[in-house]
Design a protein around this ligand. Structure first.
Ligand code: 3HC
Ligand code: NAI
Length: 706
């Protein structure tokens, strides 16, 4: 007979001398207050029952425990606190065993480390990923892990946040034994019986520590401190993690725990924690769209990619990696050979790095078919067109697709800017046409904008989201407009950067300010990497419809006219001597910038890094607000995820809209109004922003409407 403890999220059942304690708190057995109370009560029960010799902790469902309940952070803490629970587990006079069969993360691993013995099953994944949330392991992890596996290995686990498989966990000593079976209850019970039969003693991790050789540990930590300051500049929690681990070297266990708690609370209070946790939930929220609730996805096994250029080849790899059958269509034999070569190059690169075997490549390529005939794709479930960015070319392709594809096939375009309603209109089945906007390199970049034209059927949108899931992409639903969510907003902050440049900031100063803000690269470095010709073509396309009131900066055009398209031509905003990948400032570019200022009669003025960021972000946030206001993005969080996963926006800031919430929308609006005195056309505040400020509300209030 099982005994229920608070809210039934923790149940106990006695099997001989073993009290089996099962945590059942779907979806991932997070350690919310009810679980903590339940575990506390289970320990009490074990201590009071003389017949119990050992306690076996295990998780129901697919996880052991995925960590503290992230939703509780920022709310008043409720006892028992997790560190106290872990201490209580460790102090138990009865043998405590944890059996781990799935994710055992963060506070979940800390619970396991407080147990006296740990058994892993093959699918167990152990990790301390708090760093990804701007935190540090705050329930003894920074003190117990080094005592168990040494300072260097523990620090590496905490700084990377990576998941460790069971084999490796056994090898480093994070678990004591490995069971190849799948039944965690049976395996845990058998292990408990063995330990009892061996009269295994209660063994507390706090008393371990033979591996903490002070001098060697200190040397390893010093190297990690220097490396971390360089590798993750501006990040708060990695340095705090190292400070806490320092305590494991210097301090008695209880003092180390005290220091860990103080550092944990500092992290909890940091804006970086707020940004990173927003990012965590926002990324899971973007797939929750009306169509997913209303419709069932269509079947998805065989897809076709039209065009084997940069994007077509990358999408092909992403689809093959997702286990799909792929037919690639190109214009002629040389083009299809080039397309296939692009695909093979990716796999050959993995082989060269030792990350893929030749046999595995052959198995993947067996699902790939090259063709130059549309008649070969009559039976595919979904098509992704990735031909030249030209409306007429795309219309011709879609007429062909309409002719050959089976009824019900999903017809998608990877266009970056073009009107998908117009593309859908050339087919007899606009309900089947959708936008799938991948980012380059498509096999690596996480973002997938799913663009929803007026006439598309709900189950086609649901199918697009199902494809994103198969490909492990982060999908964001977007409406049709020039540039959708990401490129539309980028065009606006790019303009703000151009104005800054023409008014007095150098492109190098702007890039430096952006890197200091947390971007891995500056905007002009990105332009050079992507190729200046892409933006130039878009500007030329837009020229006839450009509003005469809009200020237009021609500096980039002057560079493109000289054939300076960036890295691929050896120079752009930066110089790339002898094919270097990192550019150096180019005095000739500065001379061109100066000449343009003179031509327009602009006297350059100085800008601080702070003003550069204020202008750049005000432009981004304002256009983001317009995108939400027009329904192009469903919620502000969709804008955040677009920029986090597709445009290198610093994750610890949570995304542009979260950043604006944290700065204060009234401040952003005040900036816009100030800048509007120079250029009322460009800096016109979004009505949504004005409304929210008038209501005293923030963007986040729009994230939670059902
Ligand atoms: N708390 C609350 N909810 C959580 C959670 C957690 N720790 N971990 C996952 N969830 C929720 C997700 O939000 C999602 O909810 P939804 O269905 O409503 O969107 C649901 O569980 C399923 O999560 P995923 O979609 O991510 O499912 P996957 O199967 O892809 O991944 C996972 C599972 C690997 C466990 C992944 O969810 C994960 O990495 N979770 C976070 C783990 C983590 O960071 N733990 C550390 C927490 S901080 C901590 O423990 C502090 C301590 O040191 C004091
Ligand atoms: P690309 O020029 O590298 O490749 C286009 C390919 O399409 C060429 O190989 C060409 O032979 C082929 N093609 C042209 N007409 C065809 C037809 N009728 N039938 C079959 N194949 C045909 O171009 P890229 O960069 O791959 O872009 C493709 C699309 O993806 C464009 O719409 C672009 O806007 C979009 N895109 C590009 C991104 C990028 O960073 N390059 C990012 C996201 C989207």
């Amino acid at each position: 007979m099982g005994t229920a403890i608070p809210a039934c999220v923790v149940t106990t059942a006695r099997e001989g001398g073993v009290l089996v304690v099962t945590i059942d708190n779907p979806p991932v057995n997070a350690l919310g207050v009810a679980v903590r109370q339940g575990l506390w009560a289970a320990l009490e029960q074990a201590e009071q029952d003389a017949a119990v010799q050992a306690v076996l902790l295990l998780g129901a469902g697919t996880s052991f425990i995925a960590g503290a309940d992230i939703r509780e952070f920022g709310q008043p803490p409720q006892p028992p606190l997790l560190p106290d629970l872990c201490n209580r587990i460790e102090a138990s006079p009865k043998l405590v065993i944890a059996a781990l069969h799935g994710p055992t993360l963060g506070g979940g691993l800390e619970v396991a480390l407080a147990a006296h013995y740990r058994l892993g099953l093959s699918a167990a994944k152990l990790g301390l990923p708090e760093v990804n949330l701007g935190l540090l392991p705050g329930a003894g992890g920074t003190q117990r892990t080094p005592r168990l596996i040494g300072v260097q290995a523990a620090a590496e686990l905490m700084l990377s946040g990576r998941h460790m498989g069971a084999q490796e966990a056994l090898a480093v000593g994070l678990i004591d034994d490995l069971d190849g079976g799948h039944d965690v209850r049976a395996a845990g019970l058998a292990y408990a019986q063995t330990l009892l039969a061996q009269k295994a003693p209660v063994r507390r991790t706090r008393d371990a520590g033979a591996l903490i050789n002070k001098a060697a540990s200190q040397a390893a930590l010093n190297v990690l401190k220097a490396h971390t300051a360089k590798k993750t500049p501006g990040l708060f929690s990695p340095l705090k993690i190292l400070e806490a681990i320092q305590g494991a070297i210097d301090l008695p266990f209880d003092e180390g725990l005290k220091q860990e708690r103080a550092l944990f609370l500092q992290c909890l209070d940091s804006p970086q924690r707020a940004g990173l946790i927003h990012a965590f939930f926002a990324e899971r929220e973007t797939a929750k769209i009306p169509e997913a609730k209303a419709a069932t996805p269509r079947p998805l096994a065989h897809i076709a990619i039209i065009g084997g250029g940069t994007m077509g080849a990358g999408i092909t790899v992403a689809a093959l990696d997702a286990g799909l059958q792929v037919t690639m269509i190109e214009r002629d034999a040389p083009s299809i050979a080039r397309g296939q070569a692009h695909v093979e190059k990716v796999y050959d690169g993995l082989i060269a790095k030792g990350r893929l075997s030749a046999e595995a490549k052959a198995a993947v390529m067996a699902r790939y078919t090259p063709s130059t005939s549309y008649d070969d794709i009559g039976q595919v479930d979904l098509v992704i067109e990735a031909v030249f960015e030209d409306l007429d070319v795309k219309k011709t392709v879609f007429q062909e697709l309409d002719r050959v594809c089976k009824p019900g096939a999903v017809l998608a375009t990877n266009t970056s800017y073009l009107d998908i309603d117009a593309i859908a209109a050339v087919t007899s089945r606009p309900q089947d046409v959708v936008g799938l906007h991948f980012f380059s390199p498509a096999n690596i970049m996480k973002l997938l904008e799913i663009v929803v034209p007026a006439k598309v059927a709900a189950d086609v949108v649901a199918t697009a989201f199902a494809l994103a899931k198969k490909m492990k992409k982060t999908p964001v639903r977007a409406g049709v407009c020039d540039g959708f969510i990401g490129n539309r907003i980028m065009a606006v902050y790019r303009q703000a950067a151009d104005y800054l440049m023409e008014d007095g900031a150098s492109p190098y100063q702007i890039d430096e300010a952006l890197r200091a803000f947390g971007y891995p690269m500056g905007l002009f470095q990105v332009v050079d990497l992507a190729g200046g010709d892409i933006g130039w073509a878009a500007r030329k396309r837009r020229a006839p419809t450009r509003d005469p009131r809009a200020r237009y900066v021609e500096i980039s055009d002057r560079l493109c006219e000289r054939g300076w398209f960036g890295q691929k031509t050896g120079r752009g905003f930066y110089l790339y001597p002898q094919g270097a990948r990192t550019g150096v400032p180019d005095p000739e570019v500065l001379a061109i910038v100066d000449a343009e200022r003179t031509r327009k009669g602009i006297t350059p003025r100085p800008f601080t890094a702070d003003e550069i960021i204020r202008r750049y972000m005000a432009a981004m946030v304002n256009e983001g607000a317009k995108v939400v206001q027009e329904g192009i993005a469903l919620r502000p969080l969709d804008v955040d995820v677009t920029f986090l996963s597709g445009y290198g926006f610093p994750r610890f800031r949570g995304g542009p809209m979260k950043y604006a919430d944290m700065v204060g929308l009234d401040k952003v609006l005040a900036d816009l109004r100030e800048f509007a005195q120079e250029d009322a056309w460009f800096w016109q505040p979004a009505a949504l922003l004005e409304t929210l400020v008038a209501q005293g509300a923030n963007f986040d209030s729009l994230n939670h409407r059902e």
